[in-house]
Design a protein. Structure first.
Length: 397
């Protein structure tokens, strides 16, 4: 096939593509033939003129192109339909589970659809188009989605910072069908959660923590739990359904905690079993330390502290600070469950940050479990960047 636009790589810069890594950074490109517009398909050639694949072009981003295919084929509507079909088929077992009515259908590069995220919440799909390549095919993708996965409506939440780096405006609203109600209810292993597709974090809920909420549920029998960065009560509800004695949820967002209160009621829990505190977690942990408060299990599930490698040191300090403060509040034999969703911080580093924090708190700890994102967020074998969520369950003496 003769594509008009071509990216010619610098000598020696083809090795990652030969390993099927889908990103091509601006520094790897020697020159561009033709004048590709944002989202156009380009041929990628190594310095010797050997064809490496077909990619979508993004002139404003550091990641100048993302590979659609490593073989010469038509990048068209039928190609996208096949990729979407494959992603949905991989999750057939999860999607047919009546106790799991929310699930990620498409996870970007891991499903060979760079920059596209599709989440299912009951009868609604929520999409994020985070790259010029998928933005260019938005209408076709939406059309295929409602044909391949019957639903009442498809809603867009392309309102994340990644769009800015692509030179794309933020975008939100109904793409097809009906608008979702203000609150959509999902079932997660018998636990019910109400969420806001229009206003919630990410696409409305943290689907990536599915298996980790279950892990926490199993650890909570008879324990007093402090749930930090509680959002809409995900871990708190899991804790109470696992027999926790009491849960204290802390979050800086009052609307999130209002939704959390509704979620506790949804699951039959009474205000005697939990407390919601609207406050800054960093301040609360320090106050509790001064007050001598004690807990048996503490969950730290903060938002992303590092968007980029540049913010990495600041993020490491923040993760350490909350882990240190939390470690001082745990009873002997207590459990610290802490997470990082910052891609710039890998598991060995996160373990080191946690180890330093526990040591500085004058405690001794052991890791019982390593935690990662749920299986509907698969990690592409040649694409380690798709593993972003990491967590530790540590017991402290």
């Amino acid at each position: 096939m003769n594509h008009m636009h071509t990216l010619h790589l610098n000598k020696g810069r083809e090795s990652s593509l030969l390993r099927r890594h889908p990103w091509i950074f601006s520094g790897a490109i020697a020159r561009v033939s033709g004048s590709p517009a944002p989202g156009d398909t380009v041929r990628v050639l190594d310095a010797g003129g050997q064809m490496l694949g077909l990619a979508a072009y993004s002139p404003q981003s550091q990641i100048r192109a993302r590979v659609w295919s490593f073989v010469d084929e038509s990048i068209d509507s039928a190609f996208l339909r096949t990729r979407l079909q494959r992603a949905i088929a991989r999750r057939a077992g999860l999607l047919n589970d009546p106790q799991r009515t929310a699930c990620r259908l498409v996870y970007a590069e891991s499903d060979e659809l760079p920059g596209l995220v599709v989440d299912r919440y009951g009868d609604y799909l929520v999409c994020q188009f985070m790259f010029t390549g998928v933005e260019r095919w938005k209408q076709e993708i939406v059309q295929h989605l409602h044909e391949l996965f019957p639903c009442k409506g498809i809603y867009e939440r392309s309102d994340a910072a990644a769009r800015n780096r692509e030179g794309l405006p933020l975008s939100q609203g109904v793409l097809w069908g009906e608008a979702p109600p203000d609150i959509v209810e999902i079932n997660e292993q018998g636990r019910l959660y109400g969420l806001s597709i229009g206003h919630g974090h990410k696409t409305g809920f943290y689907l990536d923590q599915y298996t980790n909420r279950e892990a926490v549920r199993r650890l909570c029998q008879g324990r007093r739990v402090l749930n930090c960065f509680a959002y809409t009560g995900g871990f708190g509800i899991a804790a109470l359904s696992g027999g926790a004695e009491h849960v204290l949820n802390v979050d800086s967002s009052a609307p999130s905690l209002e939704l959390a209160a509704a979620n506790f009621a949804r699951n039959g829990f009474t205000p005697a079993q939990y407390e919601n505190l609207t406050a800054n977690v960093f301040d609360v942990l320090r106050d509790f330390r001064q007050q001598g408060r004690r807990f048996d299990l503490i969950v730290l599930d903060p938002p992303k502290f590092a968007e980029t490698k540049v913010q990495f040191k600041k993020a490491a300090r923040a993760y350490k600070d909350i882990a240190l403060q939390a470690s001082t509040l745990l009873e002997p034999g207590g459990l610290l469950v802490n997470f990082s969703c910052s891609g710039a911080i890998d598991m060995p580093l996160f373990q080191k940050i946690t180890a330093d924090a526990v040591l500085d708190a004058g405690r001794h700890g052991q890791i019982l479990h390593y935690l990662h994102q749920a299986e509907d967020h698969p990690v592409g074998l040649p694409f380690p960047e798709s593993l972003y969520l990491k967590g530790l369950v540590s017991t402290l003496d």
